[in-house]
Design a protein around this ligand. Structure first.
Ligand SMILES: NC(=O)c1ccc[n+]([C@@H]2O[C@H](COP(=O)([O-])OP(=O)(O)OC[C@H]3O[C@@H](n4cnc5c(N)ncnc54)[C@H](OP(=O)(O)O)[C@@H]3O)[C@@H](O)[C@H]2O)c1
Length: 233
């Protein structure tokens, strides 16, 4: 799937990795980039079309589907993270809040835009996941569960969308230097580096992009007796 002349919609495009996706899509020659944000007045990037889109709001998703009939590449980037494991008091509410964006938001967008992508020749869907799809530690335990769920969703969508010629690409990575990871003292990639790897993979037809070395090591370990998710932190 080439970005040149594509029409791209990026969720959560006002900051962080989503902003980097919008900028890179323009740089790679996209004909039109819809920069979706809960508050579109926060989109400052020249050359994009800001739209209002809270992925947890079915009416706003329906309106985006109605207004953006030319989308050929959907980047499901919007996400939230709350720190904490499974045995703390507000866990149920925190898990539901994150599932609402990271899983149900992605599902709602996929359901809404699947017919749009089909009408535009198949196109592509790029789902922003995480190393936390495969690695669950108390720091981001409930968040990890939502990313594991979104990974399963992505894997299922890939098969369901194959019949209409839609490429589904999953993006996994470790920490990235954005607001989401602020205060976490770990090595971080830049948003630009992650997005470059993601879009190189998308354009090369890859179904899975492992955007940094740690993520490649964790994925590699999954089938071994010493799988990374078993190791004590
Ligand atoms: N940063 C990392 O270390 C890291 C690592 C792996 C994966 N990821 C994933 O990368 C994606 C982008 O994260 P980021 O690091 O760029 O985080 P970020 O800087 O916190 O940005 C998150 C974006 O998602 C938007 N968003 C949140 N809830 C939304 C909703 N209900 N509807 C629409 N948009 C919503 C935010 O909008 P507002 O500005 O309105 O809040 C913001 O634009 C997420 O899916 C995240 O899970 C991040």
């Amino acid at each position: 799937m080439q970005l040149s002349n594509a029409t791209v919609l990026v969720t959560g495009a006002n900051r962080g990795i989503g902003l980097a996706f919008a900028r890179a899509a323009l740089a790679r020659g996209a004909r039109r980039v819809y920069a979706a944000a809960r508050d579109p007045s926060r989109i400052q990037l020249p050359g994009v079309l800001p739209i209002q889109l809270d992925v947890t709001d079915p009416d706003q998703v329906s309106r985006a589907v109605h207004d953006c009939r030319d989308v050929s590449v959907l980047v499901n980037n919007a996400g939230v993270a709350e720190t904490g494991g499974f045995l703390q008091d507000p866990t149920l509410q925190a898990t539901r809040r994150q599932l609402e964006v990271n899983f149900f938001g992605m599902l709602r967008m996929a359901q809404g835009f699947a017919p749009v992508l089909a009408a535009n020749g198949g196109g592509a869907m790029l789902n922003v996941l995480s190393i936390a799809s495969w690695l669950n530690r108390p720091l981001l335990g409930t968040y990890g569960a939502t990313k594991s769920a979104a990974w399963a969703l992505t894997n299922g969508l890939r098969h369901e969308l194959r019949v209409q010629g839609t490429q589904v690409t999953a993006l996994h990575m470790g920490f990235v230097d954005t607001d989401l990871a602020r205060g976490i003292e770990m090595p971080k990639s830049t948003p630009d580096a992650i997005v470059a790897a993601a879009l190189d993979g998308l354009e090369a037809g890859q179904e899975e992009v492992l955007a940094d070395e740690l993520t490649r090591q964790v994925k590699q370990s999954l089938s071994s007796a010493a799988a990374a998710y078993l190791a004590a932190a």
